[in-house]
Ligand binder design. Structure first.
Ligand code: NAD
Length: 343
């Protein structure tokens, strides 16, 4: 598909391409919106993009998602994203990320980058040599997972308020799929609130640590999906809610940290038809973005945690409006963002 129709259809401000033959840099930066402030979003790096068209579609989809996430979290940022098509053979990673830093600098602060899948805080140190428009550095905001987890658990409390009549998670049975960085931190928050935890992870070490340190009950991942519980928290990969898994669920709500939980938009409808309340992923997992946005103005972990805690209010408002209008939570979330952008 041609690129301009994609940009025009979704109101993109621009798509920038950068190439550097010396380092092998091939970078795409999609800027969806700077209406609410500089576009903020991570850099994804992959060696496996099949084509430039595939990388373009990916960067545009992700950049637009960032506008929605930042706006709903009340951040003074728009949405952008970068995709690096990495060279297939050996390459010098440091010089490639330095070249990317120079590319970001040419955008004059309209785009601020950070790490994402396939990139690390170490890569961002190279980027930082050539631009100030990079956050998510080790020495400043560090690992975002504890902040993301606080946002998710507060969002879950708002879900509990609507679904069970009280935000108190004491005694609530919560199934957590994936206890890596964010899943483990979330399990910690839940355990401190007295929830009953059931956890699954393909990684034995991650699972054992959660069982030993937090007293969670280990379950295999297939069993976990069909367990009777109060809330299911997807914290592994995306697209976990699909035609196969939704009919298995025996929970009243889904509220977790994973990105892109619905395999397709129509799966939100399927959840609603089964009477399962869904906390839209980009609304409840914004803590990581809130954490790096704090770095833009001067990092302060207490402020980032406080701001992530306000995800309670976002989910509370969203579910109240969903109930009042008969719309699904993810439809309400999108509408709330679009109203903000239009205003
Ligand atoms: P991670 O890699 O540290 O953890 C993911 C865990 O899921 C791993 O332990 C892995 O073994 C496990 N896993 C993967 N596939 C599985 C499966 N099929 N069954 C069971 N376990 C499985 O990643 P993370 O940083 O914790 O992120 C998890 C999710 O949350 C991702 O979707 C990420 O995009 C999203 N997210 C994370 C943050 C953050 O601050 N870390 C912020 C926003 C969104």
């Amino acid at each position: 598909m041609d690129t301009f129709p994609q940009l025009l259809e979704h109101g993109f401000e621009g798509l920038h391409l950068f190439a550097d033959p010396k380092t092998g840099l091939r970078a795409l930066v999609g800027i969806h919106s700077t209406k609410l402030g500089p576009a903020l979003g991570g850099t994804r790096a992959l060696a496996t993009y099949e084509s430039e068209a595939a990388a373009t579609t990916d960067v545009l989809r992700l950049a637009r998602g960032m506008t929605y996430k930042a706006a709903l979290a009340g951040l003074p940022h728009g949405g952008g994203k970068a995709v690096l098509m990495l060279p297939r053979g050996w390459f010098d990673r440091g010089t490639l990320f330095e070249a990317f830093g120079r590319a970001v600098e040419t955008l004059n602060g309209r785009y601020i980058t950070t790490e994402d899948s396939g990139t690390s805080p170490d890569d961002m140190e190279y980027v930082k040599r050539y631009t100030r428009n990079v956050v998510g550095l080790k020495a400043t905001s560090g690992d975002p997972s504890p902040v993301t987890a606080v946002g998710v658990v507060r969002g879950m409390e708002a879900v509990a308020k609507h679904v069970f009549g009280s935000p108190d998670l004491k005694g609530a049975r919560v199934t957590v799929l994936g206890v890596g960085h964010v899943g483990f931190a979330l399990a910690g928050e839940l355990s401190r609130r007295g929830a009953k935890l059931f956890v699954a992870d393909l990684n034995r070490e991650a699972l054992d640590r959660t069982v030993k340190e937090l007293g969670a009950t280990p379950v295999n991942d297939r069993e976990l999906l069909s367990m009777e519980a109060d809330i299911f928290a997807p914290c592994a990969l995306g697209a976990v809610l699909d035609d196969r898994t939704i009919p298995l669920l025996r929970v009243k709500a889904v509220a977790g940290a994973a990105n892109n939980q619905l395999a397709e938009a129509r799966h939100g409808k399927l959840l609603a038809e089964r009477g399962i309340t869904y906390a839209p992923d980009y609304a409840i997992n914004a803590g990581g973005l809130i954490n790096v946005a704090q770095e833009v103005v001067g990092y302060d972990r207490a402020k980032a945690l406080e701001r992530a805690g306000r995800i309670f209010d976002t989910i509370d408002a969203l579910l109240a409006r969903a109930k009042a209008t008969g719309k699904r939570p993810e439809e309400v979330a999108d509408a709330m963002v679009e109203e903000k952008l239009e205003a």
